[in-house]
Design a protein around this ligand. Structure first.
Ligand code: SAM
Length: 482
């Protein structure tokens, strides 16, 4: 029987089933111990939490106790603390991105995904480089600067060479004042050599969702194809890090298995990356299963209420305070509005999840990966963020300045964010307002910028930022960053 070892390279040891079972039993036994819950919360307070070595503030066991606790007072404290932590480490900025679906050919049999190989009703499509160019121009014309490229797994139709060529195409397009400055990649688990190629092609974050940490269920949900190999999939982030990609993204597809099991597995995965590589995950995503072609989410008996979903988001924020947290347009405006208060730091906007969806006037549905709940335009999302007090940011500076992996984490812990990320957010927002915003969004945005510039602590930076914003607004100068 595999024993729990967070430093082990072996999936069965760092995501150890028995450790999860024991953790859930411990949480069940201690969930009514309100003093313990309060002590755990106190450990994670931004004024107390370790600023140096650790990316995690509370352990997976402690997070499980808080998750199981159903005391309304503790639940309110968890949310309040999550809000405080988000503001302390990330400020009121929210980074924006869009997914770009390159291909929906897939050799896997994932039971929850419409791309599964046996689905004969979904039209299969793979973008040519010319089509990618057209998509990227449409995305640039919306104002996007950061993409997450997505593809099904198919060595023949979308081999690594296709992904690399597509990244090159995306980075090369400079249309009007537009540019895609960071390309994150969400493709199937692969080899160290292929991760090295992605690194050379200037990947931003390598994102791979675990789907479920419950091995037995994982094997059933992925009955055929290379993704069936649980250890190969679960150890993928390790291989990516071995290849030099130090920004990796985790995620669970909530709804497939018991949420408590998943939260514990997810936090154990973060602890493992930190134990083995000295740096935790750059991002954590929180997708939930959605209806799609040939997919009915009620087939998976583990859907969770919005309230529990919010609590899980808040707990991830409390447990892993420096990690970026992503919520996509799978969720409605109402759910996203709440999630933003409990720790989310990145959202997608104006998304189309079909292959080739951005060039069409009307939202196409035929090749969609999942139904998009939040169907607003990017401009509507930007306006709404500002209305709710968040600064929309198109910043990609850290990655381009080499602040990735542990350097990003150190930077995040150093408290320098207000002197770097805050002005960078404002300058990229100024680009958006000048080049793409509707008059109503622009008006609200310039008011916000005028107010937020005054909050940059360093006087010299404040001056430079204000001058750069003026240069953006009155001319074609772009891409300033600290
Ligand atoms: N092919 C890559 C892989 O094997 O990991 C990932 C690309 S897939 C386009 C991106 C993610 O979409 C998957 O990892 C899965 O979590 C999510 N997804 C699949 N079906 C979904 C559904 N019905 N609802 C919501 N998300 C879904």
């Amino acid at each position: 029987m595999a024993l729990y070892d967070p430093k082990s390279p072996c999936a069965d040891e760092f995501i150890n089933h028995q450790e999860i079972v024991d953790t859930l039993a411990y949480a069940e036994a201690h969930k009514d111990d309100l003093d313990l819950c309060r002590r755990i919360l106190a450990k994670a307070h931004p004024n107390v939490a370790p600023k140096e070595e650790h990316c995690t503030c509370i352990t997976h066991r402690e997070a499980a106790v808080l998750l199981m606790c159903d005391d309304p007072g503790i639940n309110a404290e968890i949310k309040q603390l999550a809000r405080q932590i988000k503001l302390a480490y990330y400020g009121n900025r929210i980074v924006l991105f869009a997914p770009l679906y390159l291909s929906n050919y897939c050799v896997n049999g994932c039971l929850y995904c419409p791309y599964h190989a046996k689905n004969r009703t979904i039209p299969r499509r793979k973008l040519t480089q010319d089509e990618i160019r057209a998509e990227v121009i449409a995305l640039q014309d919306m104002g996007h600067k950061r993409l997450a490229i997505e593809a099904g797994e198919d060595p023949k139709n979308s081999p690594i060479e296709y992904i690399l060529e597509s990244m090159k195409t995306i980075y090369s397009i400079k249309h009007k004042n537009g540019a895609i400055r960071r390309v994150n990649v969400n493709i199937a688990a692969t080899t160290v050599d292929e991760y090295r190629m992605l690194k050379e092609a200037e990947i931003g974050t390598y994102i791979l969702f675990q789907e479920t940490y419950h091995k037995e269920n994982y094997l059933e949900l992925h009955p055929t194809g290379p993704k069936h190999d649980y250890c190969w999939h679960t150890e993928a982030h390790d291989r990516a890090m071995e290849a030099g990609i130090d920004d990796v993204g985790l995620g669970v597809l909530f709804g497939l298995d018991n949420y408590a099991y998943e939260l514990v597995g997810l936090l154990m995965h973060a602890e493992h990356l930190e134990a083995r590589f000295g740096v935790g995950p750059h991002t954590i995503s929180v997708p939930r299963v959605k209806p799609a072609d040939d997919i009915d989410p009620t087939d998976f008996d583990n859907s969770l209420t919005d309230e529990l979903f919010e609590k899980i988001i808040a707990l991830i924020r409390v447990a892993v305070p420096y990690t970026g947290m992503i919520i996509s347009t799978r969720e409605s405006q109402a759910v996203r509005e709440k999630a933003l208060q409990y720790g989310i730091s990145q959202i997608s906007g104006g998304s189309r999840t079909s292959v080739g969806g951005y060039v069409d006037e009307e939202r196409p549905h035929d090749t969609e990966q999942f139904d998009v709940s939040d169907q607003r335009t990017l401009d509507e999302v930007i306006n709404w963020l500002m209305e709710n007090g968040h600064i929309p940011s198109f910043c990609t500076a850290c990655y381009r300045a080499g602040r990735t992996g542990d350097r990003f984490m150190d930077f995040c812990k150093s408290g320098e964010i207000l002197n770097y990320c805050h002005p960078n957010a404002l300058m990229t927002l100024a680009e958006y307002l000048t080049d793409y915003a509707t008059p109503a969004t622009a008006e609200r945005g310039w008011r916000m910028i005028a107010d937020e510039v005054t909050k940059i602590p360093d006087a010299r930076r404040r001056e430079i930022c204000a001058a750069n914003i003026e240069a953006i607004r009155s001319g074609d100068a772009r891409d300033f960053r600290f």
